[in-house]
Design a protein around this ligand. Structure first.
Ligand SMILES: [Zn+2]
Length: 128
């Protein structure tokens, strides 16, 4: 599991290169692992209308869901060595819809990572 966690984080960190963050300068990458072993990356995509900005986690989920994926094991989120990128509230709820038990990997260095269950980051997530 530890090697997998580091590998997923490395993919998230590499994805950051494609982040579109002209307003904040805060580039984020995500790497989402499906239960059948595929990885989908995502980046934050900012917008001049700030509320339209898409976070890296949701970008990765949108790609995977668009490809028919519905079962997810883990997601790594990377924002460089200075700041740990913890998923925002919207992303927590977004992920909860499809993967309430997903493991969330964050950190600032592949040797210093934190893992948490989404259900601990978002207790009592909303469901219809
Ligand atoms: Zn978010």
């Amino acid at each position: 599991m530890e090697g997998l966690v580091k590998d997923l984080y490395a993919l998230a960190e590499a994805a950051r290169e494609n982040a579109y963050a002209p307003y904040s300068g805060f580039k984020v990458g995500a790497a989402l692992l499906t239960k059948d072993g595929k990885v989908y990356t995502g980046v934050n995509v900012e917008n001049a209308s700030f509320g339209a900005t898409l976070c890296a986690e949701r970008a990765a989920f949108a790609k995977a869901v668009s490809e028919g994926k519905r079962e997810f094991a883990a997601i790594a989120v990377a924002a460089g060595s200075e700041k740990e990128a913890i998923p925002c509230g919207i992303c927590r709820q977004f992920m909860y819809e499809l993967a309430p038990e997903i493991v969330v990997i964050t950190g600032t260095d592949k040797d210093l990572l934190n893992t948490a269950k989404l259900e601990d980051l978002l207790p009592l997530g909303f469901r219809l």
